[in-house]
Design a protein around this ligand. Structure first.
Ligand SMILES: [Fe+2]
Length: 286
């Protein structure tokens, strides 16, 4: 299985307001997507694009349709793990399944992809008191339901490993990456503890939400997040999993676009050190 992982595009949002870690260029998003399309065509071996959530800023039929049109131009399927900004309407799941069902191959926002012995479990992340509905004024406490955890606990008999995608990361950015004293943007509540009990066959957990690159390894499992794809320098991950190898690398498109994006060097920890951006490991996953 080889796929692109990207996140936090916030289509329909503003380039000058809202949470960002680097300069956002939604004004050039068509061009950024054209560069991604070109990258996928040139690579020739990308199975799909996995979006880690917050594909849009606010959940309406119009923004969902725009997002579906952007990603529909790519030469491979796109799948989506719904994030908090994708759930701002009280009927968000209904809207997604109506206007962009292609992002959810089993007709459900929690779904499983199986490809060449790899099981990828994608989970909608809940954030507020009401499941699948996030009110921006509410504190962000990520959680999965008991039914979602149950789904994570099964490994298909044809699969040798599991990958999980859900919008919240399990861990904050380690202090040594950003130079502070505490983990940055760690999830609230008991998300990490609860998730940690359901990672028996898991090789990699992919998150988003922080708009920052991160890669950690704990107890044999990798935990990674992606910088926001619509922010400089327009980064995404290439994830490759085979029976004997697991690898991730980070690619940026800033040199491929026609405009010169502004980069905040004071926040270069967002892009991270080489170890926060890539890993490659020979594994015996049989
Ligand atoms: Fe988010």
């Amino acid at each position: 299985m080889k796929f692109i992982y990207l996140a936090d595009t916030h289509i329909g949002g503003s380039d000058h307001a809202g949470y960002t870690k680097q300069t956002r260029y939604l004004c050039y998003f068509s061009e950024i997507m054209a560069c991604l399309k070109n990258y996928i065509n040139t690579s020739g071996d990308i199975d799909f694009v996995m979006h880690g959530g917050d594909i849009i800023e606010q959940t309406t039929p119009e923004t969902i349709t725009v997002a579906a049109e952007f990603f529909g131009q790519l030469p491979c399927p796109t799948y989506l793990a719904l994030g908090n900004h994708d759930l701002t309407a009280d009927n968000s799941v209904e809207l997604w399944l109506k206007y962009a069902p292609q992002f959810f191959p089993s007709g459900n926002p929690d779904f499983r992809l199986i490809n060449a012995g790899v099981q990828l479990d994608v989970m909608l992340c809940n954030w507020g008191a009401v499941p699948a509905f996030w009110k921006p004024e509410e504190a962000q406490i990520p959680w999965l339901s008991a039914a979602q955890f149950k789904q994570l606990d099964t490994l298909d008999p044809d699969c040798f490993t599991q990958l999980i995608v859900t919008h919240s990361p399990m861990y904050g950015m380690p202090p040594e990456q950003h130079g502070g004293t505490d983990a940055l943007h760690a999830p609230g509540g008991d998300f990490c503890e609860k998730m940690g009990k359901h990672l028996q066959s898991t090789a990699l957990v992919l998150g988003a939400h922080t708009h920052m690159n991160m890669a950690l390894k704990q107890a044999g499992c990798y935990f990674a997040t992606a910088a926001a794809f619509s922010e400089m320098p327009f980064e995404f991950k290439i994830i490759e999993v085979t029976r004997d190898k697991l690898s991730m690398k980070t690619v940026d498109l800033s040199s491929m676009v026609s405009f010169r994006g502004e980069y905040n060097f004071a926040a270069s920890y967002v892009q991270g050190r080489p170890r926060d951006r890539e890993f490659s490991e020979e594994r015996n996953l049989i």
